[in-house]
Design a protein around this ligand. Sequence first.
Ligand SMILES: [Fe+2]
Ligand SMILES: [Fe+2]
Length: 186
Amino acid sequence: MNLTREGALAYVKPHLKTSRYEHTVRVVNQAVELADRFEVDVYQAEIAAALHDYAKYKPLEEMKRWILTDRRLPKDLLDYHHELWHGPVGALMLEMEIGLNDAAVVSAITSHTTGKKHMSKLDKVVFLADYIEPGRDFPGVDDVRSLAETSLDEACALALKNTIVFLVEKGRTVYPDTFHAYNDFI
Ligand SMILES: [Fe+2]
Ligand SMILES: [Fe+2]
């Protein structure tokens, strides 16, 4: 893969709103910091972070078509909130469009919103960077930031717990992969 951080950011920029692009840049910086701290490949972390929200604003009908037609995408995504679609669909779009072929990076983009069973350290870094980047301001985020100073697993476990509790309290469904990810840490 000969994509650079700058190249990846330039590729996603026209597809994102300004605020989302700025979020993406903060996720890249956060992911690099975490990768450095927890001995994860910094290059893979910055590329995955730069590309993670690529499909955020793709038309729902287009994402739905991908889910229905690509064998690799679980059909049950359609039963859950469309907010969960942009990770898995975006990863496959990038495979097709720019030849993104690093399976570890594809996995981190795929699972950045929901988590999944048996997350790799790279998956955890991108998931966590998206959750704690400095622009995030929601109840509990500072506790996750504190844990992220020392433990990748403890920080991810709390982020997943907060996510599940938030969704349950709002009366929303929880995608099974989020439970699978959480259970792995407990
Ligand atoms: Fe996202
Ligand atoms: Fe994001």
